[in-house]
Write a protein that binds this ligand. Structure first.
Ligand SMILES: Nc1nc2c(ncn2[C@@H]2O[C@H](COP(=O)(O)OP(=O)(O)OP(=O)(O)O)[C@@H](O)[C@H]2O)c(=O)[nH]1
Ligand SMILES: [Mg+2]
Length: 676
């Protein structure tokens, strides 16, 4: 069995907006480093990454692909993450365990905004990252314009590391701005050094000066050299790049065409030279490297019905031997991953990212050790759920298996969560959007043999009353064969203030309703309130039992329960029943150029805007607070994304019940009575 390389390893996440070419870049990285002999492509569906049917069928990454390779004496573990905004949780967890990230973007100024949620997260956690501008064969604007657009969404200064030669289909190569050496690309081979094109000399100089001046902002020595017009030596520039990238002070920018392997070797060369060593990352995370007990953090959980649970983990400290116990679970195998292939390891060293089998209790984000530890490394927040569907098993007998399978799905993907709704009794799956939940449905079917039908969840409407009604009689008298049934009561029904629920009082004097039957009256009332005259649970009502009569042989609990039902059935419809709907309080975040569209969206959905302000720590973003009926929230995230280039998001919580406007009430009541 192999042992993972002890030192000189780097763990690099490949992240970026949807379809920017991340999985293609991973394939190219594995190909140019000789790890795979036959390079696959996304259209052909034969890449190392995206090997599951859910990914292949959609031609998109649906969960992180891990793959290892060696280059320049460094063992790289690349973690290729999904780009879809609905699958954003996945990269966030993975990024917490890497030494650096490659942010893969398309060179299209009109779309750079799509990268901003990721950049925000990277800078919040000070995770070193470079930008790889992919698809330069299809650039829609000159390099300088793309850089300017990127600058507008990055809180860290960008440092051009390369300058492209040619644009779009005329792209032929690049200039390395550190060495000022020009190269021509060759598909399937390393780029050739060529003389620097004269016509680009001025642009190259400008870009290089920009790089050096930005680096000098964090290095006085370099600044002095620039002021004295001394050309700094290459070594010094590389040292600065390494130091400033490692501290997330600058963001170096590379160019390329991953599908042709263009710019991939130079990117690797820079990763070898300039990304921080694993121990530097560990120190940055505040990990005490003097201690020797292994410290592990789970970055991703995989689950397969045949293979069981597999936890992708970063070993921050110590040596981990196969068979050790972690967090109380004995591990059942230690592996390095290569897409869907696993290579068994006997041990792993600090700095490795490995897959560990059968850590049954470990959750993504958890910190574990072989000894008891109270240390808990920071983990990515769970994104608030914004979209839901109700599930019903296509085969009724499957319903019992559903909760176990859903819990495993959530283990794999913490951005999902499920509940059985207390009022509607529906099983509701919550997540980030329609695609996210459709993928979950595909997984339920394939992995757990649980085909599911989905529908829009019911809104948990309630009803209440506007007016009081007093002295309502409920009299139940029934004669069958032997002795009969008799119960007779008078009640008052009163509205209560919103949120008070239900209150039952009794004012019986002289034993006209014997003590032992009073609880049955209350039970009868409560049962009736489960479905009021409009068809929904009744709230904010008080019922007072005032008077009644009984029969010493025929009265019973059952008879008084019936009497209560009759009284409620008679009285409640006369109290002006009103339909109530749940209203959520919402906090919507968008780049401020979309704020006015958000205000229109909310008021168009019967919402009320409470105010808006700059979003704290998100330059250029606003946060809008609002109240919105839950009935209007179902597709809110889809519209919000479509008006904000996919980046807008919101968090919400249930706030209160509010009366449904008359014109909508009729429609809802008819719909519900038709469906029953
Ligand atoms: N023209 C061109 N097409 C590319 C390039 N790189 C990737 N593609 C194509 O872009 C599409 C998306 O590529 P992927 O590698 O799946 O992109 P991704 O970023 O992994 O996508 P997600 O993981 O789903 O976000 C595929 O059709 C690729 O063949 C490139 O450099 N140039
Ligand atoms: Mg991908």
């Amino acid at each position: 069995m192999a042992k993972a390389a002890v030192s000189r390893s780097r763990n690099v996440a490949i992240v970026g907006p949807y379809s920017s070419g991340k999985t293609t870049l991973l394939e190219s990285l594995l190909s140019v480093t000789g790890t795979i002999s036959r390079k696959g492509s996304i259209p052909e569906g034969n890449t190392v990454g995206d090997h599951t049917p859910e990914a292949r069928n959609r031609q998109m990454t649906v969960e992180t692909n891990a793959a290892c390779t060696e280059y320049g004496g460094i063992r790289f573990t690349f973690l290729d993450c999904p780009g879809s905004i609905e699958l954003l949780q996945e990269p966030l967890h993975v990024l917490m365990g890497v030494d650096a990230a490659i942010v893969v973007c398309e060179p299209d100024p009109s779309r750079v905004l799509t990268v901003s949620p990721l950049l925000h997260f990277l800078d919040k956690w000070e995770i070193p990252h470079v930008v790889y501008l992919n698809k330069m064969d299809r650039a829609s604007a000159p390099f300088a314009e793309v850089l300017d657009a990127l600058r507008s969404v990055s809180s860290r200064p960008l440092v051009p590391h390369q300058y492209p030669i040619g644009i779009s289909q005329d792209l032929v190569g690049f200039i390395d701005l550190v060495s000022e050496q020009a190269y021509h690309y060759h598909a399937g081979a390393a780029a050739d050094p060529v003389p620097l094109p004269e016509e680009l000399a001025a642009e190259e100089k400008a870009a290089r000066t920009e790089m050096l001046e930005t680096l000098a902002d964090f290095d006085d020595h370099l600044l002095e050299e620039l002021l004295e017009e001394i050309d700094p030596p290459e070594d010094e520039i590389i040292q600065d790049l390494k130091m400033e990238l490692g501290a997330d002070l600058v963001v170096p920018v590379f160019v390329g065409v991953a599908s042709n392997d263009y710019g991939v070797r130079p990117l690797l060369d820079a990763l070898v030279r300039e990304t921080p060593e694993p121990q530097v990352t560990a120190e940055r995370r505040g990990i005490d490297l003097k201690a020797s007990e292994p410290l592990v953090q789970i970055l991703k959980t995989y689950y397969s019905p045949q293979g069981g649970k597999l936890s992708l983990a970063r070993l921050w400290r110590g040596t981990l031997k196969d068979g050790a116990s972690l967090g109380g679970d004995r591990m059942g195998g230690l592996y390095s991953l290569m897409g869907n292939q696993q290579q068994a390891l006997s041990a792993a060293e600090a700095g490795n990212v490995v897959a560990i089998a059968r850590l049954e209790n470990a959750k993504t984000g958890d910190t574990l050790s072989t000894v008891e530890t109270s240390q808990s490394l920071p983990k990515a927040d769970i994104l608030p759920a914004v979209y839901s569907l109700a599930l019903t098993a296509e085969n009724r007998n499957d319903e019992v298996k559903l909760s176990g399978a859903l819990n495993k799905l959530i283990d794999e993907d913490p951005a999902l969560h499920w509940e059985q709704h207390g009022d509607t009794h529906e099983v509701i799956l919550w997540g980030q959007g329609d695609v996210h939940l459709k993928i979950a449905m595909d997984l339920l079917r394939r992995k757990y043999n649980l085909p599911m039908a989905t529908h829009v969840p019911q809104v948990a409407y309630k009803e209440t009353i506007r007016h009081a009604k007093v002295d309502i009689r409920g009299r139940y008298k029934h004669q069958t064969g032997g002795h009969g049934q008799f119960g007779d009561i008078y009640i008052d029904i009163n509205p209560l203030p919103r949120g008070e629920g239900f209150k039952f009082n009794e004012k019986i004097v002289g034993g006209v309703v014997p003590r032992q039957y009073i609880p049955s009256v209350e039970t009868g009332v409560r049962e009736f309130l489960k479905q009021g005259p409009l068809g929904f649970p009744v709230v904010d009502v008080s019922v007072t039992l005032k008077n009644g009569s009984y029969h010493h042989v025929d009265s019973s609990d059952q008879a008084f329960k019936q009497a209560a039902r009759i009284a409620m059935q008679t009285g409640l419809p006369e109290c002006q029943p009103t339909l109530l709907e749940p209203v959520a309080s919402l906090s919507v975040s968008v780049p401020n150029r979309f704020t006015s569209n958000v205000l229109t969206l909310i008021s168009g959905r019967r919402g009320q805007v409470m105010g808006y302000d700059n979003k704290h720590n998100w330059p250029g973003w606003d946060e809008v607070s609002a109240q919105l009926p839950v009935a209007e929230m179902q597709t809110l995230i889809l519209e919000l994304r479509s008006l904000s280039m996919g980046v807008g998001f919101f968090s919400w919580q249930y706030d209160h019940l509010s009366a449904v406007p008359e014109r909508i009430k009729k429609k809802i009541v008819t719909e519900v009575s038709n469906s029953r």
